[in-house]
Design a protein around this ligand. Structure first.
Ligand SMILES: Cc1ncc(C[n+]2csc(CCO)c2C)c(N)n1
Length: 228
């Protein structure tokens, strides 16, 4: 069995919980409150800026030019495609410059980003890909599930469309193949660490929906609002 297939079966429970999360089903059927989506967008912009940095650190860790160039391309893709999407959502959701300037990432977004950064600075390229892969792969599966679905909320429809396209499927498959190739060369010990990172990122993906849905904040966050 390929290492990617082995990892995929390990996270079946947590990915299923993500598919069934009211944030995800609420995007598709339009029942998600817009303030939860706004909380998601603000936190996701922060998350993506770290994600692109981790992809770039993966490029730096590569031992061949082809991999280095592809990882750098992916980092640029995150910056351009995802940031474009967010700029667009920010305008349509009426997120103000002041809101962005005063924004502090919620605990779950911050923890997830820190997990990726820790792997980027301490792990091998195989470990970095294993930590990044659930972000690609889980979103691709969500995009596949909701292909053809028409959400009553046009903003949500654009979000669904972003992850259902063929170009995105190719990027995901490229990273799955990279994971399998790196796993072939990895020791049992390194593969065990790759598995841990993949599982932890999958759990953080679930926490990210929950964070958005519950409008998660730091304790005492209201003091910041009062002080303004
Ligand atoms: C919490 C969170 N997880 C995954 C994604 C999706 N995503 C982020 S970067 C990237 C790779 C290519 O751009 C993908 C698929 C997201 N937006 N937010």
């Amino acid at each position: 069995m390929k290492f990617s297939a082995y990892l995929r079966q390990k996270v079946e429970g947590s990915w299923q919980a993500s598919f069934d999360h009211p944030f995800v089903t609420g995007v598709a059927d339009g029942t998600l409150p817009l303030d939860a989506f706004q909380h998601y967008v603000l936190n996701d912009s922060y998350y993506l800026s770290v994600f692109a940095k981790v992809q770039a650190l993966g490029a730096a860790r590569a031992t061949d030019m082809q991999t280095m160039s592809r990882m750098a391309f992916h980092a640029q893709g995150t910056y351009e495609a995802e940031m474009d999407l967010h700029r667009n959502f920010s305008v349509r959701l009426g997120i103000s410059e002041e809101q962005k300037a005063n924004f502090r990432p919620a605990p779950s977004a911050y923890n997830y980003a820190n997990h990726l950064m820790a792997v980027a600075y301490t792990g091998t390229l195989g470990e970095i890909i294993a930590a990044l892969l659930p972000c690609y792969w889980l979103y691709w599966e969500i995009g596949e599930r909701y292909k053809g679905v028409q959400s009553p909320e046009p903003i949500y429809q654009d979000w669904i469309n972003a992850y259902g396209g063929e170009w995105f499927g190719e990027l995901v498959q490229e990273q799955i193949n990279r994971l399998d190739a790196l796993a072939e060369l990895a020791s049992e010990e390194e593969k065990r660490r790759m598995e841990q990172h993949f599982i932890l990122s999958s759990d953080y993906e679930y926490s990210f929906w929950q964070m958005a849905y519950t409008l998660e904040q730091w304790p005492y966050a209201e003091h910041v609002a009062v002080a303004k």
